[in-house]
Design a protein around this ligand. Structure first.
Ligand code: ADP
Length: 348
């Protein structure tokens, strides 16, 4: 039998363009009914097994939060992700274990909460309680930084990311405005004016999805982690055309240094050059190009919104020090502070 509205287990989903994120609260205090006990052990067994989400699925064991109290229940929060393209797998497995018969409602955000709403309803008899993704992003961010003083970090002024360490940053989250840049499949730029007041001011379709797709197509790599590993070993200067490649040095009249990229991938204008290009250099150029493009669209908005704080979030920044350092440098050049979240840079 279905349990009433506030019964366990509690789930939340964020179904994005590339990744579906699932959070699951497993109560550890004594269950209130025998039915709850049975349902819980069934669902927990299923959800805490990595095999449950296809090969792209992953439970972030080190993100797990124990002894969390939610609505008078004490338990563990589990964090899981899988590729949204594997949603059918997830639905099939949920059906098989009868999870949907037991779970009353799932809170869901992201575009997929709309796209998959009918499928969840018709195939699983599961109702999605939809929450707007940008509302969830801003509320979640404010909650996270308010709850944890050590959540934010920034890069100091230094040349190479390998040779310097990040610094703790205390985010004055109750001082407004500030800018949030969400780098997922695509990129959204938001100005936050107050706890319940924000506006999407800009965005670009060249985001994390673009990086992943370009790397896959051009280097043959198959996962985001592989793409980042390749990029870490590569040199984009063999692929990109610099100002000095065109001018022989700086373009001094307008203050453009010779080492500035004039054209991303600009050296790759013949078959021969592609034949000689290494996957590492190509991956690095894709990473640098996508990241620099994002900083270019963000900078004018810091001027318009009269703020010097820009907080970058989204899974593109997942264990991606090359991108966070580049974003930080680009912001610092103009006197702005780039802020990042610690939970996005954990190692698996
Ligand atoms: P969305 O909600 O649009 O899926 P996310 O914030 O989850 O956005 O970020 C998705 C991006 O994160 C991908 O386009 C990719 O660049 C990057 N990414 C990080 N980890 C992974 C992963 N394990 N699989 C696929 N993409 C990943």
């Amino acid at each position: 039998a279905k349990l009433p509205g506030n019964a366990m287990p509690w789930f939340g989903m964020d179904i994005g363009g590339t990744l579906s994120k699932l959070v699951f609260f497993e109560p550890k205090d004594s269950p209130t009914t025998q039915t709850e006990d049975e349902i819980l052990s069934n669902v927990t067994q299923y959800l805490t097994k990595n095999s449950a989400y296809g090969k792209s699925g992953h439970r972030h064991a080190h993100l797990q939060m124990d002894n969390v109290q939610i609505c008078n229940r004490l338990g563990t929060l589990h964090f899981i992700r899988f590729l949204t393209s594997e949603m059918n797998n997830f639905l099939d497995l949920s059906k098989k274990i009868g999870m949907a018969d037991n779970v009353p409602t799932v809170c869901a955000t992201g575009g997929g909460a709309y796209k998959f709403e009918d499928i969840f309803k018709n195939e699983l008899n599961l109702k999605l309680r939809k929450c707007d993704e940008l509302d969830s992003l801003i509320r979640g961010l404010l909650f996270t930084v308010a709850s944890n003083n050590n959540e934010c970090y920034s890069w100091p002024q230094c040349t190479e990311y390998e040779q310097c360490s990040t610094q703790e940053y205390t985010f004055q989250y109750n001082e407004y405005p500030f800018i949030v840049v969400n780098i997922g499949s695509g990129v959204g730029v938001l100005a936050v004016y107050g706890p319940n007041h924000y506006k999407r001011i800009s965005g670009t379709c060249i985001g994390g999805g673009t990086f992943l797709a370009l790397c896959g197509g051009l280097t043959g790599c198959d996962t985001f982690d592989e793409a980042i590993e390749l990029a870490a070993k590569g040199d984009n200067l063999k692929i990109d055309q610099l100002v000095q490649d065109i001018y022989g040095g700086d373009y001094s009249k307008i203050g453009l240094p010779g080492r500035e990229i004039a054209s991303s991938f600009g050296k790759m204008n013949s078959k021969d050059k592609w034949a000689q290009a290494s996957p590492e250099d190509v991956a690095r150029a894709a990473l640098v190009g996508v990241t620099k493009n994002i900083s270019s669209i963000v900078r004018p908005w810091a001027i318009i919104e009269k703020t010097d704080r820009v907080c970058f979030v989204g899974n593109f920044l997942h264990v991606n020090p090359i991108a966070t350092k580049l974003l930080s440098d680009a912001m610092m050049d103009y006197g702005y502070k780039a802020i990042f979240l610690n939970h996005e840079r954990f190692k698996e």
